[in-house]
Design a protein around this ligand. Structure first.
Ligand code: UD1
Ligand code: CA
Length: 464
């Protein structure tokens, strides 16, 4: 039988103590809810409906590219009331209805499929995904009758002391046959919370003489729910551990793996080496044998084979070709491109600039909107003055140029192949190929000045 998945995500998430709706809190750079939507899609759902309420506009905007239908639950009157909000949207759908929550991001597509399969095999009715917990506090307990069949679910608030001892709990994930739409309006709110409880459908299905099955979860970590920041961190930890394991199995070397953060969008080749504290985010691709030094942050960047990022560097939107080296303490901003064997050292910032093969900028430089030809050497303290207060201008530096330390290249400016720029120059005119440019005040030496100054200082002392 075909199935639809309804994701309940209208609740406020009070315990997160956040302005951001709970289901939008990111896990490895993606909103929690996106994981649930992905699992729903991968389970083969014909339709995915997300019930939104608190922060509805924000939630919709964050997931606007996902192929889901949003429905709004204006007032949060309980989980049964929330599912009812999806009725309209599924009025033309006659298959099974799987229900899960936006705050259970580790639930897998496989588990959803198994749930749908169990429903089909038992011939309709409903199936509840349960789990056994040492500490069941806060969960709805699964109450079984004398024959061992599920009789009903009782919420923590409404449970008797004996019922609270039950360790089998409701995960909040269910599969229902289409009968759910006729039973749902019969759920009442005569409980401690005054809410319409979705688990009350257990009793209603039983009254209707329909089968009520229980599937006990194989991997209970899948059902970790996020209600607090601590749980958010725990869930992220599970995702990270999985990712690290995946890449290590694919041939990546991680030193102190538990200190390494990486997002699911990152791709790593075999023999990549990641040192402790590395952060890899966004659309980052790292080629074979490349090394990323301790405490470096690499976002949306590409590293060719054998490239090296030395410790404490920050890369965003940068590209390092084969064998290029950056750092320690390098800052590569969007559009920074290092060709094969180029080297950028400590405290060098590069933005929207291409450094040709073998270019060296070893220390304390700023290169912005620049094109630097192969084999050029950029001295310490060299700066491209690319901004005149209104516009950005380009700097073109040819091949095998030598730019002396502490020079400022005032853009727009061109420096020809093989030219030399004397240290400390302020270059605001083009330099022809092979020329030497000196653009600084000429030095003057005043003979004997220091001695005279000393005598003068002595006289002063005596006078005092
Ligand atoms: C629910 C179950 C409980 C189960 C637990 C598992 C009920 C009454 N109880 O409790 O048996 O053990 O999940 O985690 O269902 N929501 C709405 N609209 C509402 C209320 C809730 O969309 O009016 C959404 C929430 O955003 C959340 C989900 O439904 O994503 C579950 O609601 P929550 O309040 O967290 O239920 P629990 O107390 O966890
Ligand atoms: Ca919950």
């Amino acid at each position: 039988m075909k199935h639809a998945v309804v994701i309940l995500a209208a609740g406020k998430g009070t315990r997160m103590k956040s302005r951001l709706p709970k289901v939008l809190h990111p896990l490895l750079g993606r909103p929690m809810l996106a994981y649930v939507v992905e699992a729903a899609e991968k389970s083969g759902a014909e339709r995915v409906v997300v019930v939104v309420g608190h922060g509805a506009e924000m939630v919709k905007a964050a997931l606007d590219s996902a192929p889901v239908t949003f429905v709004e639950q204006k007032e949060q009157l309980g989980t049964a009331h929330a599912l009812l909000a999806a009725k309209e949207a599924l009025s033309d759908f006659s298959g099974a209805v799987l229900v899960t929550s936006g705050d259970t991001p580790l639930l897998s597509a496989e588990t959803l499929k198994r749930l749908a399969g169990t429903l089909e095999r038992q011939g309709g009715g409903m199936v509840l995904l349960a789990l056994k917990l040492d500490d069941p506090f806060g969960y709805g307990r699964v109450v079984r009758d004398a024959r061992g069949q599920v009789a009903r679910i009782v919420e923590e608030k409404d449970a008797s002391p004996e019922e609270r001892q039950i360790q089998e709990v409701n995960s909040g994930v269910y599969a229902f046959d289409p009968e759910v739409w006729t039973l749902l309006p019969r759920v009442r709110n005569d409980n401690r919370a005054g809410e319409y409880y979705l688990p009350d459908l257990v009793a209603l299905y039983r009254e209707a003489q329909k089968p009520v099955g229980v599937l006990v979860a194989e991997d209970e970590s899948e059902l970790l729910g996020v209600n607090t920041r601590a749980q958010l961190a725990e869930v992220e930890g599970v995702l990270l551990a999985r990712l690290r394991r995946k890449w290590m199995e694919a041939g990546v070397r991680m030193h102190l793996p538990e200190t390494i953060y990486l997002e699911p969008t990152v791709e790593l080749a075999p023999d990549v080496v990641l040192e402790p504290g590395v952060i890899l985010a966004g659309q980052t691709r790292v080629g074979e044998g490349a090394r990323i030094g301790a405490y470096s942050v690499v976002r949306d960047s590409e590293l060719g084979p054998g490239a090296e990022v030395r410790p404490h560097s920050v890369l965003e939107g940068a590209r390092l070709a084969e064998g290029a080296v950056a750092g320690p303490f390098a800052r590569l901003r969007p559009g920074a491109e290092l060709a094969e064997g180029a080297f950028v050292g400590n405290f060098v910032e590069v933005k929207k600039s291409r450094l040709g093969p073998g270019v060296k900028a070893g220390h304390l430089a700023y290169l912005g909107d620049a094109e630097v030809g192969a084999g050029t050497n950029v001295g310490a303290g060299v700066i491209t003055a690319n901004y005149d207060g209104e516009n950005k201008h380009p700097t073109h530096v040819g091949e095998k140029v030598f730019i002396g330390s502490n020079s400022v290249l005032i853009a727009p400016v061109r420096i020809g192949d093989g030219a030399f720029v004397a240290g400390g120059s302020a270059i605001n005119q083009d330099v022809p190929e092979g020329a030497l440019a000196i653009a600084r005040a000429r030095q003057r030496n005043v003979e004997g000045w220091a001695k005279r100054k000393k005598r003068y200082a002595k006289e002063q002392e005596v006078e005092e």
